[in-house]
Each structure stands twice: as structure tokens, then as C-alpha cells.
Design a protein around this ligand. Structure first.
Ligand code: PMP
Length: 303
């Protein structure tokens, strides 16, 4: 596949040409998965381009680094500026941002205190799970791979190594012809998608799996919970057994990349009417309304 890359990237304190942001092959992060990162979107809005929940995403980056005892050598304000600068340098409005901090070159042992390098990339991105999926929905399957057991690899950190699990889940799903895979936790209860949180609708109420179910506490998940409660929709965070996927009225995945993607079937069983249901559509309208202006930004999420 030929890829075209953006012109500029922020790397260790400077906006550089894309090709100049290189890493040594012996960097710790490459060998041991020791990186923490974020995925953030910017949108065009009637008030100009806005980055969605930039501060909350950067706070989660520092939280992930804290879990791994990794000192990011820049302040949150510096990385905030880096995100804005790299979007401006590339002249983007609707884009995806990828800040990453990783253990660099400086020791080969697992516990080596190497320097921590930081980069912020950005690229233009449409619907993550394919064109048209926000309307039509995707076919999902339950993965044969489970997520990490408690106290093994912390699911609450957004760390590079965690995405070995995500790759197994996503690649298995694609190989079998599905749009995305849904993983169970080591308990056998529902966890989340390869890179998305899950919501099920039962009789007009939203049910989502709890942070104890080996998942990343998504900011889209949090935004949906907030918007739903304000609209008078009941939201329940609870453990859910796999078979509830086959019984719910509506089902969707959410994440910065996936936004709100309806799921029209799981393991070949149709969900609801086999298309985005009314609660899913209401939440899509509320969520995307933040960027068109039809949903007021009550929480200062548009930065
Ligand atoms: N779970 C996983 C494993 C993810 O990678 C993501 C995407 N960052 C999410 C959930 C959703 O998180 P967010 O809404 O903050 O993007």
C-alpha cells in the first residue's frame, strides 16, 4: 500500500520534516513496548478548528506514563502547544493527533533508565473502521483472544505494548471477514473492542462494561455517558456476559478513532433491526452536534 505522509511532525521539542523524526533501532520502546501514547481528533467547527478534549487526553498520557514510572520531559502546557503547532504546521483542520512518549536509546536492560523521547504526529483521517460505517454499522465477532488478566498488563494505561493484544483481536476479526473484534476479559465477561469501548442498549437504557473489565477508560465513553445522562438516558456501568451481545436492542463501539460506530451483527447474529437504532442515532447526533454547533459545549471540550 502506498502511503502519503504529512509534511511536518513534532519531535523532541521541535517541529521537523516528517522524514527527520527517526528512532534508533536499539531504542528500548521498540524492543519492549515501552511507550505511552494518545489518539486525539480535531474537528472543523463553526468557530474554527477545535481539538476535542485535548487537556483530558494529555492528562491520560501523563497518567499512563506514571503507571510505567516514565518521566515525560515536557510539561502538559508544552505538549498542548506541540499538538496545536503540528496541526497548524501541516495546515490541517479535521485531523488525528498522536502524541507518543517512549523509552529511547540508553540501555538494553528491562529496567534501564533511558531518556524518554516524545513526538506528536498528525494526519488527516476519516472514519476509522471504513467509509460509510457510521451510518451502516459493522459486523463484529467475539475474539478468540482475551484481554489481559488483572495485575498482569495494566489495561488502564494506553501503552504501546497493550496493542499487541489489540492487534491479535483486530487482525483475527479482519481475517475472518469482520469489521472489528470484541474481546472478553480473563473472567470470561465482556471487555471491549480491539481499540474501542462498548455500549449495549436494553429497553432504552445504556449499559457499558466497567473499567475493571480490562479496558481503557475511554474519553469518548466518558463523553457519551455525560451526553446521555444530560439527555435523560439511564446509563449503567456493569459487568456483562457475552450472550448479552446477542440479546441487546442496539450495540455500538466508541473511541476517538471509531467515534460512534454502530454494530449491526455479532458472530453472525443480527443486532436489533440490523442497523443503527434510535438511541445510537440520538447519541451520534449529540456527539457530532458538538462539532456542528447543535450540541452546546457545556464542558469546554472543544479546545
Ligand atoms: N479501548 C482501547 C483499547 C483503545 O485503544 C481506545 C482508543 N484510544 C479506546 C478504548 C477508546 O478510548 P478513547 O475514547 O479515549 O479514544
Amino acid at each position: 500500500m502506498t502511503m502519503t505522509y504529512p509534511d511536518f511532525i513534532w519531535h523532541n521539542g521541535q517541529v521537523k520534516h516528517w522524514k527527520d523524526a527517526t528512532v534508533h533501532v536499539m531504542a528500548h520502546g521498540l524492543h519492549y513496548g515501552s511507550s505511552v501514547f494518545e489518539g486525539i481528533r480535531s474537528y472543523e467547527t463553526p468557530n474554527g478548528p477545535k481539538i476535542f478534549r485535548l487537556t483530558d487526553h494529555l492528562k491520560r498520557l501523563y497518567a499512563s506514563a506514571r503507571i510505567y514510572d516514565m518521566a515525560i520531559p515536557y510539561t502538559l502546557a508544552e505538549l498542548d502547544k506541540a499538538c496545536r503547532d503540528v496541526i497548524a504546521a501541516n495546515n490541517f483542520t479535521k485531523a488525528y493527533l498522536r502524541p507518543i512518549a517512549y523509552r529511547g536509546l540508553g540501555g538494553f536492560g528491562l529496567s534501564a533508565d533511558t531518556p524518554v523521547d516524545v513526538s506528536v504526529a498528525t494526519w488527516e483521517m476519516g472514519a476509522y473502521l471504513g467509509a460509510g460505517v457510521l451510518e451502516a454499522g459493522i459486523d463484529a465477532c467475539v475474539s478468540s483472544w482475551q484481554r489481559f488478566a488483572p495485575n498482569t498488563i495494566p489495561a488502564g494505561a494506553k501503552a504501546g505494548g497493550n496493542y499487541l493484544s489489540g492487534q491479535l483481536i483486530a487482525r483475527e476479526a479482519r481475517r475472518l471477514g469482520f469489521g472489528e473484534g470484541i474481546a472478553l476479559a480473563s473472567t470470561g465477561l465482556l471487555s471491549e473492542g480491539a481499540g474501542e469501548n462498548l455500549f449495549l442498549v436494553f429497553e432504552g437504557a445504556l449499559h457499558t462494561t466497567p473499567v475493571s473489565a480490562a479496558l481503557l477508560n475511554g474519553l469518548t465513553r466518558n463523553s457519551i455517558i455525560t451526553l446521555a445522562r444530560a439527555a435523560g438516558i439511564t446509563v449503567v456501568e456493569r459487568d456483562l456476559p457475552r450472550e448479552y451481545l446477542y440479546l441487546c436492542d442496539e450495540l455500538f463501539m466508541c473511541g476517538t478513532a471509531a467515534e460512534i460506530t454502530p454494530i449491526r451483527s455479532v458472530d453472525g447474529r443480527q443486532v436489533g433491526e440490523g442497523k443503527a437504532g434510535p438511541i445510537t442515532r440520538q447519541l451520534q447526533d449529540l456527539f457530532f452536534g458538538l462539532f456542528t454547533g447543535s450540541t452546546p459545549d457545556k464542558h469546554g471540550w472543544l479546545e
